[in-house]
Design a protein around this ligand. Sequence first.
Ligand code: HEM
Length: 142
Amino acid sequence: MPRLSCWFIRAALLYLAVGITFGALLLFHKGIPFEPFVWRLLPVHVEFLLFGWTVQLAMGVAFWIFPRFWRSRGNERPARLAFGLLNIGVWLAGVGPLLGAPPVIIFLGRLAEAGAAAAFALHAWSRVKPPGAEPPKIPQNP
Ligand code: HEM
């Protein structure tokens, strides 16, 4: 598995563990209310599990298994940018509300997540190809 996929998938697993723990706390609190603060974990729970786990896992596996050009995965820089932007976005949009951040911070988080999707699409586009298709004329990894 390529190193970048290891990063994507290990990060996704960490978000899954924390996201489900917060989900379990939320569920427990619904049954036996013990600490009102728990409800403030809901945005983090949602962000960690929808973007941190689900989207990031999909990107990590796609980067690994999408068709290659012989041994090359094409221009990997947009995929690396997607990794950075996605994780910045999850923290700004997910943890921001928990820390009382102003709405502009959550908006920047969403912008970063959208940027991650666009950057990953830029990387993956040419790899969505039939077997034997010619690689695009773009600079390979520096
Ligand atoms: C990948 C898995 C999961 C995803 C994507 C997810 C996503 C969500 C979303 C989007 C909401 C907000 C729903 C709404 O506003 O109506 C939510 C709420 C909640 N989730 Fe999860 N969740 C996941 C797994 C879990 C697990 C495993 C648990 C418990 C162990 C859990 C416990 C809760 C609770 C208690 C709420 C609050 C429900 C309420 O508003 O009354 N979630 N989750």
